[in-house]
Design a protein around this ligand. Sequence first.
Ligand code: UT7
Length: 319
Amino acid sequence: MKIIGTGSSSPSLTVSNDMLATFLDTSDEWIQTRTGIKTRQVISTERLEDLAAQACSIAIHEAGIKAEDLDYIICSNTLNEYVTPALSCILQGMLGADCPCIDLNGACAGFIYALDMADALFERGNMEHILVVCAEEPTRMVDWTKRDTCVLFGDGAGAVVLGKGEGFKSFKLSTFSNTEALYQIRKLQDTPFIKREETEGNDALVMKGQDVFKLAVNCSLNDIKDVLKLAGVKADEIDHYLLHQANMRILDTIMRYLGQSEKNFPHNIERYGNTSSASIPMLLDELNKNNKLKTGQKLVFSAFGAGFTTGACLLEWTM
Ligand code: UT7
């Protein structure tokens, strides 16, 4: 398969580090030094499905197809207002598509997992166009009184339309079960048969930052080395490494270990924060729209998230 269209959308409200410092014990200096984030776009008046539909429409338009031409929609989403139906089903109606739809929850690595599933669907042979959309509102998962998590995130959506082709060269996915370092528990309804203690469960995101940091660096490096090896490509031959935008220091560390320079590690974390699985497709769309991607260039995507889920893939840009 190959990418034939990209799109992205983000909420209108820009929240600066100084704005956060008005209600949190934090500072612009701490946030920038430790994470690289200057501002993030935060959902206020928008609904996530509107952002997602906009990202999809842009990608569909660029692909030169109509929503009715889609054979499948895969939506990567961790949380939204609907428990059911799936966000992809809502998007199908908004877009006017009529194909099967499914959501997956691969946390921040969801884009790579969705691409891998799309690749398998293309292998089956009866698909022409698959839409992968990542739509996330992590700012509605965090506790806004907890400075160690809420300063990190932003909201947004990124989408790609995939068509038949030879763009993608290799994939590597891994999952390591861990429900302690990064998780969020949702309170379910009580029943006559089960009553949990009031204190059981915490309804906001919990993260052991340093554990996640180490895992992110180790797993991303392994995944990247593996996709390079599988594709028979050297690290120096990659034009753009698009990494999950979680922390600028994670990007810098991986860049140093791979012996690469800054120009090969594009980033927009400074303007968007961590938008979970939407971060890579949003960055991809930004590079695409700014004509930074040239036909034949080699790209690596690499992401990690709660699960832990990690994954990478290597592709040649064909647009
Ligand atoms: O996509 C999901 C994946 N998530 C990630 O990738 C996150 C990975 N981890 C990280 O990015 C970093 O671990 C953080 C940015 C979350 C934290 O940076 P750190 O350098 O690991 O800081 P730390 O947790 O060791 O905290 C250092 C100090 C602590 O104070 P004490 O105990 O040294 O007095 C924290 O309480 O910084 C304090 N701190 C803050 N101070 C000001 C934590 N958050 C803040 C804050 N502002 N927002």
